[in-house]
Design a protein around this ligand. Sequence first.
Ligand code: CP
Length: 327
Amino acid sequence: MKTTEQQETLSGASLAPPWRHRHILDLDDFSRQEIELVFKTTDAMKEILSREIKRVPTLRGKTIITLFYEPSTRTRVSFELAAKNLGADVASLIASASSVVKGESLIDTVSALQALGADIIVMRHPQSGAPYLVAQHLGVSVINAGDGWHAHPTQALLDLYTIQQRIGRVEGLKVVIIGDIMHSRVARSNIWGLTLMGAEVVLCGPPTLLPIGLDSEAALPRVLIETNLDHAIREADVVMPLRLQLERQKRGLIPSIREYAELYQLNGRRLKMAKPSALVLHPGPMNEGVEIAPDVAHGAQSVIEQQVTNGVAVRMALLYILARGGK
Ligand code: CP
């Protein structure tokens, strides 16, 4: 039974007609209104999280299962907390400790989870496209928690929300994403989300870590490529260094970690070239001393902890919206 306050809070975020998704696979098929709906619903979820008792029974009777074929700290825990905060039943499956190690296929694994009552599967997989395969073949709703190099839409949504919360808008901002763009699913989803919301995105990294085919305005409007960080960062509103995805890289893409850090580390000297009000974001996990200097990671302009905290409210919003099936 909802209290009047809870009813008011959730009805304040009531679903607008434009929501069209049964799955959340990437942001390339999102509209601006849908992202705004996620922001508004996240605001309502943050209000719930500010209460002494941070739980509502909105998703009572729903079963949410997290299925992770790759390691995770933030995404998995925040989804599990989000589902619990909304009163859902939650189960967690780590592929390496499941029947996957006995040879069970992805489709058979998810079929079993569906037969066990899953309404929503939150999945991370090393193969790009794996969540799309599940969404095509099974009846359960799928949330992509990261697939290979391809997409990490819920990370991008929490990044967008954090920018919106701190600056008050995304429109018209200059956002510089630095480093291993080629192997970064976070960068890809952020490019869709940031440009949709009206930001200009500058991708900066060594040529060997930049995706091929992005070097013309026609390839992706509002996305610029720059290999010199001292040029890219000038007058930036938001700076987002990325971890070198060494687990996904072929050997020999950078001469050495030391040289990479010299040319592409976000340090105090470089941050001074951005706007004085610039925010520092990082999706985590960080390799401090490589892509980001420790004093910048923990400095006054860093909102990295706030990103992690916002992850719970953003994921509550997404579960809430999906579980209601757009109604
Ligand atoms: N940003 C992110 O996806 O972090 P985890 O790998 O810890 O989930």
